[in-house]
Design a protein around this ligand. Structure first.
Ligand code: ADP
Ligand code: MG
Length: 807
């Protein structure tokens, strides 16, 4: 608790430049006190003990109870994440060592040679132990309802895992035996890692780090690694036994993202093969432990009892036409009428949050003006601090929502559903729930994946309301009627049942799991969706006619950290001599919101945009932007900032794109696996090779212009419209390929590029065989049906339906 006292501590700090100012130490002290109040702390010893005795622990606890931030630290301080796991003389989880570790330097473990059982950084930390009245003498907050009827209360110090049957793992190398914690969302991985690094007093990327796609903030010393579930899945591709981890924690399991679900199946296998050497923890915020306990052999469930204050839930008397307006009104009203406490508003995405922020600030400015500076000292006169939080926000801004509002101010946090369970923001007493969420949906029959704004489930609505009652009685305003609530789906179906499975199936195949239909899914995805992805992968050349991964294209695609269709674009581009351009395009489409489009300056930004517009399409336009950016001197931040603001371009997106570009170039060029050893040429000003490469990967999204100005997707027959943001809108080409479909009032094709129809049979013969191309102008061509039996081996009826596409 008080490591900063004592001369040796100071000396140590000075020499290592850790915690070099008193304010930081003070903050650590506060944070430490806060941590101890968390429900997870009361359960600490019991949880560690359970984990000694069981290979799988299903941990259920109210959002905000400290699961994500505390449990990994407990494990580390109990030496679960230590490198010297089999030689140590100290039993992990042994109360004396825990307390010392927890009290002195939370989670800080000495290097193996010096480990003695009592974690001690210096004299001061030992002194702190006495102040610690024990985080978890009372384990009664944990109730056990697992398969074995409750863990034994063995206080003599549980046995150390033996570390036998390592099964090919390489626990001795640096980084071995670490703790992986998966998160469905990047923001959660980043903000939580940052927080835990602060709690542990280490630099982010040192003992605690995070890794998300295209961003790895870890090092050899990293013991706790927060990462997206998708990334762990990628790691399993090269390290099928996940041998560098001693413990894997699947956090936010209730979210049931597609990656989490696939990990479930893989981890079951890892467990079977690694035995005692490996521990799995499933953490969830909802009371669905039974599903997980049933699925994992020998799993035991534990419940962390949180405290939850009552939340008054209010509905609107009649439906709202525009939930965004309603949310703004509600926020202002709460601000004016309600007592102390921050406001958390659930919106669906970045665009919406950005416009809500603007509108709120405008309204606040108007109100302020009309009221004058000397208003009554009611809460309504407080300043309202509007803070957005979403994935694309830079980390400094993300962290702002966690800071307490300054004296006399109230925070209004505009969040996506990341604030539902992934992150807990202190201070919230009011929740405004728009009742909507952006969710993936997949129509296997049409091969149409969409990200659409849909109503939340009842379970989500409850989670959202619950955020208001963490620190005291709260209020939740649901911007829909009680009748509307009653007809919402009770829960959200797992994502795996409603998404495109292309990259997941490819990864399973690459891991040697050939029988994807027979994979041990907790909830199997629809057969049609699996079949569809098998067809797609076959058409891309990733699978052979027997459904096995092809060593050339398939193996390489599985390694590329991009969607298989874009992976195919990259591979084709290296052959067509436009590798550099293709990588730039993929980097650009992987970032969001490149263009800044302020409503008040529409004329200006449209004019600026013209400089970059390519009449051949959006991809080439993005390429022009990227080229323009790269021409600026990299060292000159000023030149870049000026250029971006003059051109209404988002500099953050450009930096991100540059980073992705560099990583992909390195990755493609690196001579040894997972690198592909490919040379990247440039095609200069000739766009044809690039458009052909795009065709070679995006051909499932090839579409032809119809007389009415809409487009027809050739592979499915689906009618789509060019997205209003497309540069091709004024000059609709006869044939194009596009990145993705977006479904709002109608189905839009986003990011499109002109192609020649005659390229299709050449570049995608599996789909556009010469004899079918004639029919392509008509109502839809299915993927070549002859090939399906070998690829999938399923009953003809289902296959026929899945393959035929829409008429
Ligand atoms: P759980 O995973 O059980 O939902 P967490 O471990 O995420 O809980 O959060 C535990 C506590 O830590 C919460 O009270 C939350 O407010 C606090 N917390 C988490 N992240 C931050 C942060 N970045 N800044 C400040 N407090 C945080
Ligand atoms: Mg959590």
């Amino acid at each position: 608790l008080v490591i900063e006292d004592g001369p040796s501590a100071k000396k140590h700090r000075r020499s290592t430049k850790v915690d070099d100012d008193a304010a930081a130490a003070e903050r650590r002290k506060l944070i430490d006190a806060e941590r101890r109040q968390l429900p997870a702390w009361a359960a600490r010893d019991k949880l560690l003990q359970l984990l000694q005795e069981h290979r799988t622990l299903v941990l259920v606890g109210e959002t905000g109870s400290g699961k994500t931030t505390q449990i990994p630290q407990f494990l580390l301080s109990a030496r679960f994440g230590s490198r010297s796991r089999s030689r140590s003389s100290t039993a992990p989880g042994k109360p004396t060592s825990d307390k010392a570790g927890a009290a002195g330097t939370p989670g800080d473990i000495k290097s193996p040679q010096k480990a003695t059982g009592v974690v001690e950084r210096d004299g001061a930390s030992r002194g702190a132990v006495t102040q610690n009245d024990g985080p978890a003498q009372n384990v009664h907050h944990v109730s056990i309802n697992g398969s074995d009827g409750g863990g034994a209360a063995n206080h003599g110090g549980p046995q150390q895992p033996t570390g036998k049957s390592v099964g090919g793992s390489d626990g001795s190398r640096a980084g071995g035996g670490a703790i992986a914690v998966t998160q469905p969302r990047r923001v959660a991985a980043m903000t939580v890692a940052r927080r835990v690094a602060e709690e542990m007093g280490t630099k982010l990327g040192d003992k605690v780090g995070y890794a998300i796609r295209f961003e790895d903030v870890t090092s050899h010393s990293t013991r706790i690694k927060y990462m997206t579930d998708g990334l762990l899945l990628r790691e399993a591709l090269v390290d099928p036994l996940l041998s560098r981890y001693r413990i894997v924690i699947i956090d936010e399991a209730h979210e049931r993202t597609v990656h989490t679900d696939v990990l479930f199946g893989l981890l079951k296998g890892v467990q079977a093969r690694r035995g005692e050497d490996f521990r799995l923890i499933i953490m969830s915020a909802t009371l669905d432990a039974a599903r997980f306990v049933d699925y994992f052999p020998g799993a035991v469930a534990a419940l962390i009892r949180g405290r939850q204050f009552p939340v008054r839930v209010m509905y609107t008397p009649k439906p709202e036409d525009n939930y965004l307006d309603a949310a703004i009104n509600a926020t202002l009203q709460v601000h004016a009428d309600e007592g102390e406490g921050d406001i958390l508003v659930f919106l669906t995405g970045q665009d919406e949050i950005d416009s809500a922020e603007r509108l709120l600030k405008d309204r606040l400015a108007t109100l302020q003006g009309s009221r004058g500076p000397t208003s009554s000292p009611s809460f309504g006169s407080r300043e309202l601090l509007v803070l957005p939080i979403y994935a694309a926000l830079p980390p400094e801004q993300q962290m702002k929502v966690f800071e307490p509002a300054p004296e006399g101010q109230r925070k209004a946090i505009l969040a996506t559903n990341i604030a539902e369970t992934s992150i807990t923001i202190p201070g919230v007493r009011y929740v405004i729930d728009t009742g909507h969420v952006k969710a993936r949906d997949y129509n296997a029959k049409l091969g149409l994946e969409s990200l659409a704004v849909v109503p939340v489930s009842q379970a989500q609505a409850r989670q959202r309301s619950g955020r208001a009652g963490r620190e005291g009685p709260g209020k939740a305003f649901r911007l829909y009627t009680e009748a509307d609530f009653s007809v919402l789906e009770p829960t959200t179906p797992p994502e795996i049942t409603r998404c495109n499975l292309g990259s997941v199936v490819l990864q399973l195949k690459a891991m040697g799991i050939n029988d994807v239909l027979g994979f041990d899914f907790m909830d199997p995805p629809p057969r049609a969706a699996i079949l569809r992805s098998l067809e797609l992968l076959y058409a891309l050349g990733a699978l052979d006619a027997a459904g096995c991964l092809t060593e050339g294209v398939g193996r390489r695609l599985s390694r590329l950290p991009v969607d298989p269709m874009f992976g195919r674009v990259l591979l084709a581009a290296t052959e067509m001599g436009c590798g550099q351009e293709a990588v730039a395009v993929v980097a650009m489409v992987s970032t969001e919101n490149v263009f800044h489009t302020p409503r008040q300056k529409e004329r200006e930004w449209r004019a600026a945009r013209l400089k970059f517009v390519s009449r051949e399409g959006d991809h080439l336009t993005l390429l022009n932007v990227f080229r323009g950016f790269l021409e600026l001197p990299k060292e000159s931040n000023k030149a870049r900032t000026t250029w971006c603001s003059e051109n209404f371009i988002n500099i953050r997106a450009m930096r991100k794109a540059e980073d992705i570009y560099e990583q992909l170039v390195r990755f493609l060029g690196h001579p040894s696996p997972p690198g592909l050893g490919l040379q990247l040429a440039t095609c200069g000003e000739d766009s044809t090779p690039l458009r052909r490469a795009l065709t070679a990967g995006l051909f499932p999204h090839a579409a032809k212009l119809q007389p009415d100005g809409s487009y027809r997707v050739l592979a499915t027959g689906r009618q789509v419209f060019l997205h209003p943001s497309s540069v091709l809108l004024d000059r609709k080409p006869a044939c194009l390929v596009f990145n993705e479909l977006m479904h709002t009032t109608r189905t839009y094709a986003r990011d499109a590029v002109e192609i020649e129809a005659r390229w299709l049979p050449e570049l995608a013969p599996a789909v556009f065989a010469a004899k079918t191309i004639a029919a392509a102008a008509g109502p839809g061509v299915g993927i070549n049906e002859r090939l399906a039996p070998a690829t999938t081996g399923v009953a003809a009826g289902a296959r026929g339906r899945a393959l035929r596409g829409a008429e």
